[in-house]
Design a protein around this ligand. Structure first.
Ligand code: BGC
Length: 353
């Protein structure tokens, strides 16, 4: 089932709608046209009790204010571009520095702050909503009129599928992702340190003091970033490790192990008290595993509760950060006549203790 309601207005008076997607097992996803933000996601625990497992706010106001991209579609370029500039075909492009010297998550007004056009659908696969948005040539410093289409599909197999597509009329970098913060015990139910995480990644891209990849692809083996076997987030997060210290915890791009193209498992997360399991598969080469290190209790979230440090984690499927400045990384350049496509599948289930 899919339904649409009004959710308020932006500061300039643009109406924002909310779509509610429900599958045959009662899973429910609510997403708004502002930023394509997933404002709630209710999934059953091992006793069948539905609970909202994503961080955010009760009302539109919270999302219109300053916040770290809760639930949003990120574009044009997810994650950081070092020194907020890049060169493409011999031309240098300057972006707004909105994260120290870097450009982060699309700039001052990225795709997370756009009001998207939206159309709901029901088909054999499930129910969903298609969000579309065109970013004009030069917006946030990026070249080309870039049209993006992001489809959320909720299936009766308890999957939430994100399909991304984009075209451009000038060569331009693109790195679309989804920035939902999960707490599988339930939003507002403490920190995520007890969640057991498996990342299907033998390597990661180490960062410098500005959280920009150095260009190295480093093995995780023997480091606290080795999640090839399920490990609690909190087991090693405070270790005396250079990479953990630079990021204040986990905030790294992992290189997904894959055999060829297509969907590959990126991560599996299990929360022992609720039994909830989240599996993430993607066609993308990387996943940013971020443990909410910069959350600090200053924002008031759902139910009037402060959003505390490490009370949520993100698994942002993506191309590697700073790729426009790293020719050795897989290319993020989209050219006229090409269509960018990627897919990420979130699968929800439960596990007995
Ligand atoms: C980044 C973090 C950042 C967060 C919110 C994540 O994708 O990796 O460093 O703090 O987004 O902006």
């Amino acid at each position: 089932m899919v339904s649409k309601q009004a959710f308020g207005k932006t500061q300039d008076g643009t109406a924002v709608d909310i779509f509610t997607l429900t599958n045959s097992n009662g899973l429910e996803v609510r997403a708004i046209t502002y930023g394509g933000i997933i404002v709630s996601l209710r999934t059953p625990d091992r006793n069948g009790k539905l609970e909202d497992i994503v961080l955010g706010f009760d009302k539109l106001d919270g999302y219109l204010g300053k916040h770290p991209y809760f639930g949003a579609i990120i574009g044009r370029y997810g994650n950081r571009i070092g020194n907020a500039k890049f060169a493409l075909d011999g031309v240098e492009y300057k972006l707004a520095a909105n994260n120290g010297p870097n450009a982060l998550h699309g700039g001052l007004k990225g795709f997370d702050k756009a009001v998207w056009k939206a159309q709901s659908f029901e088909n054999d696969k499930g129910v969903g909503v298609v969000f579309t948005h065109t970013s004009p040539d030069g917006e946030e410093g990026y070249p080309g009129n870039l049209s993006a289409k992001v489809t959320y599909t909720l299936t009766n197999q308890n999957e939430l599928i994100f399909d991304y597509e984009a075209t451009t009329d000038k060569p331009s970098p693109i790195n679309l992702t989804q920035h939902t913060y999960f707490n599988l015990a339930g939003a507002g139910k403490g920190d995520v340190l007890g969640h057991e995480v498996m990342l299907n990644a033998d390597s990661f891209t180490p960062v410098d003091k500005n959280l920009i990849p150095t260009g190295e692809i480093r093995k995780v083996a023997g480091t606290p970033l080795d999640f090839t076997k399920p490990t609690a987030i909190g087991a090693r997060i405070n270790q005396d490790d250079e990479q953990l210290k630079l990021a204040g915890g986990y905030d790294h791009n992992f290189v997904i192990n894959r055999k060829g193209e297509g969907l590959a498992l990126a991560a599996r997360v299990y929360e022992p008290t609720s039994g909830r399991v989240l599996e993430v598969s993607t066609t993308q080469p990387g996943v940013q595993f971020y443990t909410g290190n910069f959350l600090d209790g200053t924002l008031t979230g759902k139910g009037g509760r402060a959003i505390q440090k490490r009370s949520g984690f993100c698994l942002e499927t993506q191309h590697f950060p700073d790729s426009p400045n790293k020719p050795e990384f897989p290319s993020t350049i989209l050219r006229p006549g090409e269509t960018f496509r990627s897919e990420t599948v979130l699968k929800f289930s439960v596990q007995e203790p």
